[in-house]
Write a protein that binds this ligand. Structure first.
Ligand SMILES: Nc1nc2c(ncn2[C@@H]2O[C@H](COP(=O)(O)OP(=O)(O)OP(=O)(O)O)[C@@H](O)[C@H]2O)c(=O)[nH]1
Ligand SMILES: *[C@@H]1O[C@H](CO)[C@@H](O)[C@H](O)[C@H]1NC(C)=O
Ligand SMILES: *[C@@H]1O[C@H](CO)[C@@H](O)[C@H](O)[C@H]1NC(C)=O
Ligand SMILES: *[C@@H]1O[C@H](CO)[C@@H](O)[C@H](O)[C@H]1NC(C)=O
Ligand SMILES: [Mg+2]
Length: 459
C-alpha cells in the first residue's frame, strides 16, 4: 500500500512536472553537454597543438647568385647522386630535363646520374642520355622482385582491386605499373646496389624543369645544415587514392610508442568539431577514410615527391624500413593506390624532428601542372659574371626583373606577374611548416587565404 502510493507520487511527478522545472532540467543537461563538448574540443586542440619554436628552424640555403665555380672548387663533391626513374619511351623528356639541370647546376658540379628502369634500357636511351650528363651516367635495371607484387599478396585480388580503381576513376589507380612504381619508391629504391654507395640523392623526373640557376651545392648545404629531407611543393593528396593510409601509419605509431610530436600534429586537422564519442565511432567502428583508429583526421597534406633531395640513410634506417614493412603488409599499395609522396611525407613528419626538413624555396621548380618561383633577388644577379654569362632583363622583362623580397638567382618563371611565387595555394606548405615556423601568418592573413611563400618570406 505504502509502496503503491509512493509509486503513484513519483509517476505523477514524472508525468506532470511543472513547466519551469522540466525546462530547467533540460537546460542543465544541455549546458553540461555543451561544457563537455567545449572541454573536449579544448583538450583535443591542446593535445594536437603545434607550438611555436623559439626561432625559425628553416630558411633558404642561399639568396641570389654566387660564383658556382668557386663553390664547386671550395669543397669536394658530396657523397651524392641524381636519380631518375624513366621509361625508354620518355627519352625526349628525360633528355630535356637532364639538359636543363646541367645548364642550371650540374655543369659546374658534375654529379653522377643514376637512371633506373624496370626494363632493359634501349641503346638509344643510353647513347643520348650518357652524352647529356656531365658527370658519370649509370644505367641500372631494377631487379624484378622490387617491381612486382610482394609474394604474400593474392595477385588476382590485387588485379581486381586495380581494375575497380580504374572504374572508380582513382588517379593513376588503374595502372598496375604505377602501383609498382609507388611501392618501389616507398620501399626499395634506397636499397638498390647502384645507390648503396651514396648518401644523398636528388630525384628527377622526365619532364620537370628548374627555372633558376642553382649556384651552390645543395647536397653540401643539406650536410652542413644537418638536414635530412628537402622538398619544393606541398599539396593535398587525392582523397580516394589512400583512404586507410593514415590509419595504418598511426597504428604503427601507437604500436611502437612513438609520441605525437609537433611535426606529427601538423598533419592532423585541428580543431575538430566532432566530439569524442563521434570521433571514436568514426575511427574505431566506421573506419572512416583518413581517420586514425582514435578518430583524429589527416589533413591530406603531403610533399610532392617528384622533387626530393634527401638522405638515403634515413630511408635505410630501421625505423623507416619497419614502417614500410608494416604498410606493405596492409596491402594498400594495391588494394588502394598509396603514393610514395604521402608515405614519405607522413614518415618524415612521424620520425624526424622539424629542424631536419628543408623547403628549397630558392629553387624555381616546375612539374606539370604546378610550379614555384622565388623571383630574382635584388642586386644579387651577378649580371657581369663570366662564369654565369651576361644577364640582362629579357624581352619578357616582367619574368626576369629583380623584385623586393625575392631570393632567387636568374629565375625565368612562368607568371606574367613577377610577384607571383607559385600557381598553387600555399596552404599545405604553411600547415606542414608550422612546427618549424616562429614567424607565422596571422589569423587575419590565414582567413584571407594569404599564406607566405615560405617561412618568413612573403607570398
Ligand atoms: N621505368 C618506368 N618508369 C615509370 C613507370 N611508371 C612510372 N614511371 C616513372 O615514375 C615517375 C612518375 O610517373 P609519372 O607518369 O610522371 O606520374 P605523374 O602522373 O607525373 O605523377 P607524379 O609525377 O607522381 O605526380 C616518372 O619518373 C616515370 O618515368 C614504369 O612503368 N616504368
Ligand atoms: C658514356 O660515355 C663515356 C665517355 O664517352 C664512356 O666512357 C662510357 O662508357 C659511356 N657509358 C655508357 C654506359 O655507355
Ligand atoms: C657514402 O655514403 C654511403 C651511405 O651512407 C656509405 O656507405 C659510403 O661509405 C659513403 N662513401 C664515402 C666515400 O664516404
Ligand atoms: C649540425 O650538427 C653538428 C653535430 O651535431 C653541430 O656541430 C652543428 O652545429 C650543426 N649545424 C647546424 C647548422 O645546426
Ligand atoms: Mg611526373
Amino acid at each position: 500500500m505504502k509502496l503503491r502510493s509512493l509509486a503513484v507520487v513519483i509517476f505523477r511527478q514524472l508525468r506532470r512536472p511543472t513547466r519551469p522545472r522540466r525546462i530547467n532540467l533540460l537546460l542543465k543537461g544541455a549546458a553540461f553537454l555543451l561544457f563537455l563538448w567545449v572541454f573536449d574540443l579544448f583538450l583535443y586542440s591542446q593535445i594536437h597543438s603545434v607550438p611555436r619554436p623559439p626561432k625559425d628552424l628553416d630558411g633558404p640555403f642561399s639568396t641570389g647568385c654566387q660564383d658556382p665555380k668557386k663553390a664547386a672548387a671550395s669543397h669536394p663533391r658530396e657523397n651524392a647522386t641524381f636519380v631518375m626513374l624513366a621509361r625508354n619511351s620518355e627519352i625526349e623528356h628525360a633528355r630535356q630535363t637532364i639538359q636543363n639541370i646541367e645548364a642550371q647546376f650540374n655543369r659546374w658540379f658534375n654529379y653522377p646520374v643514376v637512371f633506373l628502369n624496370n626494363e632493359e634500357w634501349s641503346p638509344e636511351f643510353i647513347r643520348v642520355l650518357n652524352k647529356t650528363v656531365s658527370g658519370k651516367a649509370i644505367f641500372d635495371v631494377i631487379p624484378q622482385a622490387d617491381w612486382d607484387y610482394p609474394d604474400w599478396i593474392n595477385k588476382d585480388q590485387a588485379r581486381a582491386s586495380i581494375a575497380k580503381q580504374e572504374k572508380l576513376g582513382v588517379w593513376n589507380g588503374g595502372k598496375e605499373s604505377y602501383h609498382h612504381m609507388c611501392r618501389f619508391y616507398s620501399g626499395s629504391f634506397y636499397n638498390l646496389a647502384a645507390l648503396s654507395q651514396f648518401k644523398y640523392y636528388w630525384r628527377l623526373e622526365p619532364g620537370v624543369s628548374y627555372t633558376c640557376a642553382i649556384t651552390y651545392d645543395p647536397f653540401l648545404a643539406m650536410s652542413t645544415h644537418n638536414k635530412t629531407y628537402g622538398f619544393t611543393t606541398a599539396l593535398w593528396e587525392e582523397p580516394n587514392t589512400c583512404p586507410s593510409l593514415f590509419r595504418a601509419v598511426d597504428d604503427f605509431r601507437i604500436a611502437n610508442l612513438i609520441p605525437s610530436t609537433p611535426s606529427w600534429n601538423s598533419m592532423i586537422v585541428v580543431p575538430t568539431w566532432d566530439p569524442f564519442p563521434i570521433r571514436w565511432f568514426k575511427g574505431r567502428y566506421l573506419q572512416s577514410p583518413h581517420h586514425s583508429s582514435s578518430g583524429s583526421k589527416w589533413n591530406l597534406c603531403h610533399y610532392w615527391s617528384n622533387f626530393e633531395i634527401a638522405d638515403l640513410d634515413f630511408f635505410r634506417s630501421e625505423a623507416y624500413q619497419s614502417l614500410f614493412k608494416h604498410l606493405d603488409r596492409k596491402g594498400g599499395f594495391y588494394t588502394e593506390r598509396w603514393g610514395d609522396a604521402p608515405v614519405h611525407s607522413l614518415a618524415v613528419h612521424l620520425l624526424l624532428p622539424p629542424e631536419k626538413l628543408h623547403h628549397f624555396s630558392d629553387f624555381g621548380y616546375f612539374h606539370e601542372p604546378f610550379w614555384q618561383c622565388p623571383g630574382n633577388a635584388p642586386g644579387k644577379q651577378m649580371r657581369e659574371s663570366e662564369v654565369l654569362g651576361k644577364w640582362e632583363d629579357g624581352e619578357r622583362n616582367d619574368l626576369t626583373q629583380e623584385t623586393e623580397g625575392a631570393i632567387g638567382c636568374r629565375c625565368q618563371c612562368f607568371a606574367s606577374n613577377p610577384k607571383l611565387r607559385r600557381n598553387n595555394r600555399g596552404i599545405c606548405l604553411g600547415i606542414m611548416q608550422a612546427s618549424q615556423a616562429f614567424h607565422r601568418p596571422s589569423w587575419w592573413e590565414i582567413w584571407r587565404g594569404k599564406w607566405p611563400y615560405s617561412i618568413n618570406i612573403p607570398g
